[in-house]
Design a binder for this molecule. Structure first.
Ligand SMILES: Cc1cc2nc3c(=O)[nH]c(=O)nc-3n(C[C@H](O)[C@H](O)[C@H](O)COP(=O)(O)O)c2cc1C
Length: 185
């Protein structure tokens, strides 16, 4: 059974970003994926202190909620990094967690992550033109490859101010379900 973890950087547990992720998870169908959701906004996750302890130890020494996420990422087949666009970028909640992924980077720019992990960047934004911030999320995706994740895809919902704004976007919902399918292939 495939294991998927969702790191949701929206402050709205029932907002647009969650609605988009729900469609992705529907796409995993009856393949029986194990899915775990993390709402970063309500978690105790501090910023990276650049203490460099992880360079030596291979683990982060900050004892907060990232410890569970490190273990979940290490054992997951797929990771959804979900965020609303805030000021042309990912939300601060998600960025704080992404900065904390440094321990996966090992000396010599190798990675401690097992090969082949699939990443989906699931994004919602008020602007209806979904090409506008894509280059930024390509940049984020490439950074995750550099950290040792295996491959990434980008899914962007535009024109979303409330979850209902997704429901009349049939093409997008289909694309979201295909992304879910990709996770369990
Ligand atoms: C502080 C803030 C900054 C935002 N910046 C942008 C932006 O730069 N571009 C954009 O298209 N939408 C922007 N938005 C709109 C959100 O990305 C959009 O409403 C999103 O779908 C909300 O998702 P949620 O319901 O999961 O919170 C911003 C919203 C907030 C609150």
């Amino acid at each position: 059974m495939k294991k998927i973890i969702v790191l949701n950087g929206s402050p709205h547990e029932h907002g647009c970003t969650s609605a988009l992720v729900d469609e992705v998870i529907k796409g995993t169908g009856n393949h029986g994926a194990e899915v775990k959701f993390y709402y970063l906004n309500g978690m105790n996750i501090k910023g990276c202190q650049e203490c460099r302890a992880c360079t030596e130890k291979g683990r982060c020494v900050q004892q907060d909620d990232m410890q569970e996420i490190f273990d979940e990422i290490a054992s997951a087949d797929g990771i959804v990094f979900a965020t609303p666009v805030y000021m042309w970028q990912m939300s601060a909640q998600l960025k704080t967690a992404v900065d904390r992924l440094l321990p996966f980077l090992r000396p010599g720019y190798t990675s401690s992550l097992e090969k082949g992990k699939k990443v989906l960047l699931a994004i919602t934004q008020g602007r209806s033109d979904t090409s506008f911030f894509r280059h930024y999320f390509e940049h984020v995706g490439n950074n995750l490859l550099f950290l040792g994740f295996g491959s990434y895809k980008i899914l962007i919902a535009g024109g979303t101010r409330q979850p209902e704004d997704l429901t009349n976007q049939a093409g997008l919902l289909e694309e979201a379900r295909q992304m879910g399918q990709w996770f369990v292939e």
